[in-house]
Design a protein around this ligand. Structure first.
Ligand SMILES: Cc1ncc(COP(=O)(O)O)c(C=O)c1O
Length: 497
């Protein structure tokens, strides 16, 4: 400690804990490195038209005007007032880690509304957390000991490596899904993952799914949820369903919550003792449906009293601030508003998804998985790769970032086993910017086709024509950075035990 306080002395890495320095955080993944690159050269239609367009960020910026209009009409919410009277002192002192009853009631009703009231949420089973990130970690803390494993269908959200494993010491065992059936999870794939975990002497504590899926942009069919529930029931393990994108489903088949399947079992007595209900947990957040990732509002929903009690204690490490709860209690408590918001927001998501899917369909060598939810499309760009390998995927990704100027996320960062897939986000930009991105990609694909899958200087020259002279491909610093991607992508795949 003393040596750390001496002015000129640099902190010694060995003074940090193994936990802090181990690389299970996953920060070196191409998923995060693409963000770094975007930050250095962000696109702006006027100030930097040759910059990188951020298509690696699943943000919903499509309905801010609706939220802003509501705030204009309801000044008490932001003004820290109730019925015109100040609640500043009350909010400044509030510190109950069970959360504000008014907010939990409003959130429970909103979650029920999102699911068409086919299931309803009991506010006393909700644990508030600082976003879904914190909710997922707290659940892992409650359900898995160091070295225990959760099975997760691939491709999956790259942040899970950090959120589920880093501080808890839990392990992820991938359930390999393939394009042959649109990446749907099968019983055979679950059994295979379970066996692999056993071979590695890992105790499997549960399965974690994301429904609707990030990165696929698809909802889980009811039959798949039933199969998953059968699987966890047979093994006596937990099922966590991250439903952070539940309010983004815009087309049939709509969103079905795993809680609907569990409720049906209770009704027809397949879960008469309620044991299954106690092993199924839902994660939610307002980061995507309301587009408020900066507010840090998430929740665990569980009918397991032990989980609720432990997670509530855990939530002390990431509470939702009282002024945020105050504001959102009013906003989510306004039923007319939430009904209109949900309908309009999904309509806008669909329109933007259609713009991307139609634009991509017109580009040779690119294919989009049919989606019905989410803020992104899962796109097969194998046709633009020089070699059908993960090296080929990385090579294409670097070209798309540096030459085309689009930050998209390679499938390998989502632990996809098939090279050539990329996640492409569409809801964090204007329709005009999306058109710019599509035009860039079309020109790149055209040049690649002329040159035989992007080989040769003419393809690069064509891409440069699209981007204009502002973009340079030859900066050595950039390429020394790009070289870091090769080991990182290998690490992405190595993390798949
Ligand atoms: C599936 C999934 N879970 C959790 C998160 C983290 O969300 P939050 O901002 O609420 O922490 C994300 C964010 O992209 C996500 O896609």
């Amino acid at each position: 400690m003393v040596s750390m306080m001496i002015a000129d002395e640099k902190p010694q890495p060995q003074l940090l804990s193994k936990k802090a320095t181990c690389n299970s955080h996953g920060q070196d993944s191409s998923y995060f490195l693409g963000w770094e690159e975007y930050e250095k050269n962000p696109y702006d239609p006027v100030a930097n038209p040759g910059g990188i367009i951020q298509m690696g960020l699943a943000e919903n910026q499509l309905s801010f005007d609706l939220l802003e209009a509501w705030l204009e009409d309801n000044p008490d919410a932001l003004g820290l007032r109730r019925g015109g009277a100040s609640v500043f002192r009350e909010l400044a002192l509030f510190q109950d880690y069970h959360g504000m009853p008014a907010f939990k009631n409003a959130l429970a009703r909103f979650m029920s509304e999102q699911r068409g009231y086919r299931v309803t949420f009991d506010p006393s089973n909700i644990v508030l957390t600082a976003g879904a990130t914190s909710a997922n970690e707290a659940l892992m803390f409650c359900l898995a000991d160091h070295g225990d494993a959760f099975l997760i269908p691939t491709p999956y959200y790259p942040g899970f490596d950090r959120d589920l494993k880093w501080r808890t010491g839990a392990e992820i065992v991938p359930v390999h899904c393939t394009s042959a059936n649109g990446f749907r999870v099968t019983r055979a794939a679950l059994d295979d993952a379970y066996r692999r975990a056993q071979k590695q002497r890992l105790r499997v504590k549960g399965v974690l799914i994301t429904n609707p899926s990030n990165p696929l942009g698809t909802t889980s069919p009811r039959a798949d949820l039933e199969m998953l529930v059968d699987f966890v029931a047979a093994k006596g393990i937990h099922l966590v369903s991250d439903e952070i994108y539940s309010g983004t489903a815009f087309a049939e088949p709509g969103f079905v919550s795993v809680l609907e399947v569990v409720a049906a079992r209770r009704r027809n007595s397949t879960d008469a003792d309620g044991l299954l209900s106690e092993r199924v947990h839902v994660v939610y957040s307002l980061s995507k449906d309301l587009g408020l990732p900066g507010f840090r509002v998430g929740a665990i929903y569980s009918s397991n009293a032990g989980v609720v009690s432990a997670a509530t204690k855990m939530s002390s490490f990431g509470l939702v601030s009282s002024q945020t709860q105050h504001l959102l209690a009013s906003l989510l408590g306004d039923r007319d508003f939430t009904r209109r918001y949900i309908a309009e927001n999904t309509r806008r998501i669909k329109a933007r998804r259609d713009q991307l899917a139609e634009g991509l369909a017109a580009i040779g060598g690119v294919e989009c998985l049919e989606s019905n939810a989410g803020l992104f499309c899962w796109v097969n760009m194998r046709g633009l790769m020089r070699t059908p390998s993960f090296e080929g995927e990385m090579e294409l990704w670097k070209k798309v970032v540096f030459e085309v100027g689009l930050n998209i996320s390679p499938g390998s960062s989502c632990h996809c086993r098939e090279p050539g897939w990329f996640r492409v986000c569409f809801a964090n930009m204007s329709a005009k910017t999306l058109d710019v991105a599509l035009n860039r990609l079309a020109a790149f694909a055209e040049a690649a086709a002329v040159e035989g899958r992007g080989r040769g200087p003419a393809a690069a020259a064509a891409a440069r024509r699209v981007l204009g002279p502002a973009r340079s491909m030859s900066l050595p610093i950039r390429f020394s950075w790009a070289n870091r991607l090769t080991p990182a992508s290998a690490a992405d795949r190595k993390a798949e035990r």
